[in-house]
Design a protein around this ligand. Structure first.
Ligand code: NAD
Ligand code: UDP
Length: 328
């Protein structure tokens, strides 16, 4: 039985990846320190014979007993609200955390896939974004802590590949959504759906003309799975190219949720990218991968998930006191 370590396992994507690898017959070790994740996302795997969980901060030395075939490094705050609240932890998990996991992969002779992001393109001047675009990032802006951590993560991963001959994979993930996102993580889909469920107005940042392209989680997991098993070491975009403005998206959410609330406009966060759409030609060619789930279908499943949350979860405005939880 092949063994895989998944960091960020209690988070949105990490928990779906644990499910996928368990279903494929792997032995899975999930690792997380719960800084933005939730135990609830893994509760169904608690007694599974092929699942083990380790509560650990990956910025500290990571040690695993026995053999390891694959590592998927997904630990990192991922929502702009989260990484603005815990900027140093964000920089550390992308840099020190990645270094620890690359060292572990080298020691075990394991293949490692790291979760990069469309944010490496910053506020892109090339549209749609192809993997050969170097990006437009403000290193010292508030989002720089995430963007630069991920750019460093890519660099150190390629250095381990080139210098140590390590088998590495890099996925550049574009906005992905689905069940198990945290309702209060500030990302636009949980934000709008939470507002609709609480009977609040939907907050559009800026004039809503900025665009995003949303990928359903099952499609994202399929792309990541195929990339891991491929033999391609350079970055690959995985996302859904169906682009929409945030204003149009708010209208879709109003229709889907049946809310009678209106939209209100707030300031656009600094360096919020004005456009984003993945060019997925490389993923199509290399992996034979294309997204299959339409936004209307994926949004309906996601809204059903948010509707199933308790009143307490719906009204919880803060995830946790980040300051008392972390060491920076
Ligand atoms: P998430 O916040 O739901 O999950 C991240 C998980 O990592 C959480 O469970 C958190 O507790 C854990 N974590 C953070 N720092 C840690 C540390 N030092 N040690 C151990 N665990 C730690 O976010 P997500 O959306 O599931 O994102 C997962 C990964 O995918 C991240 O690396 C993110 O940058 C990347 N990504 C996600 C998206 C997306 O749209 N969801 C887009 C681009 C990139
Ligand atoms: N956004 C918004 N209202 C919200 C939350 C987000 O208009 O309540 C906007 C945000 O400014 C950005 C887009 O929605 O332009 C996507 O934001 P998100 O935080 O989901 O992810 P990003 O793609 O910016 O990392």
């Amino acid at each position: 039985m092949k063994k895989v370590l998944i960091t960020g396992a209690a988070g949105f994507l990490g928990s779906h990846l644990c499910d996928r690898f368990i279903n494929e017959g792997y032995s899975v070790i999930g690792m997380d320190n719960f800084i933005t994740g939730d135990e609830k996302n893994l509760v169904h795997l608690e007694n599974h014979p092929n699942f083990q969980f380790i509560n650990h901060d990956v910025t500290e030395f990571v040690s695993i007993e026995g053999d390891l075939d694959y590592i998927l490094h997904f630990a990192s705050p991922a929502s702009p609200i989260d990484y603005l609240k815990i900027p140093i932890q964000t920089l550390k998990v992308g840099s020190l955390g990645t270094h620890n996991l690359l060292g572990l992969a080298k020691a075990k002779g394991a293949r490692i896939l790291i979760a990069s992001t469309s944010e490496v393109y910053g506020d892109p001047l090339v549209h749609p974004q192809t993997e050969d675009y170097y990006g437009n990032v403000n290193t010292i802006g508030p989002r720089g802590v995430y963007d630069e951590a991920k750019r460093f993560q890519e660099s150190i991963t390629m250095a381990y590949h080139r210098f140590h001959g390590l088998e590495t994979r890099i996925v550049r993930i574009f906005n992905t959504y689905g069940p198990r996102m945290r309702l209060n993580d500030g990302r636009v889909i949980p934000a709008f759906m939470g507002q609709a469920l609480r009977g609040e107005d939907l907050t559009i940042f800026g004039d809503g003309s900025q665009t995003r392209s949303f990928c359903y989680v099952d499609d994202q997991v399929e792309g990541i799975y195929r990339l891991l098993l491929s033999d391609y070491a350079e970055p690959v975009n995985i996302g859904n190219p169906h682009e929409i403005t945030i204003k149009e998206f708010a209208e879709e959410i109003i229709k889907l949720t049946g809310t009678t609330q209106k939209v209100i406009y707030q300031d656009l966060p600094i360096n919020d990218p004005l456009q984003r759409q993945p060019d997925i030609s490389l993923a199509k060619k290399l992996l034979g991968w294309v997204p299959k789930v339409d936004r209307s279908e994926g949004m309906k499943i996601t809204f059903d998930y948010f509707k199933s949350l308790t009143e307490e979860e719906l009204y919880k405005s803060e995830h946790k006191d980040f300051k008392s939880h972390i060491k920076v």
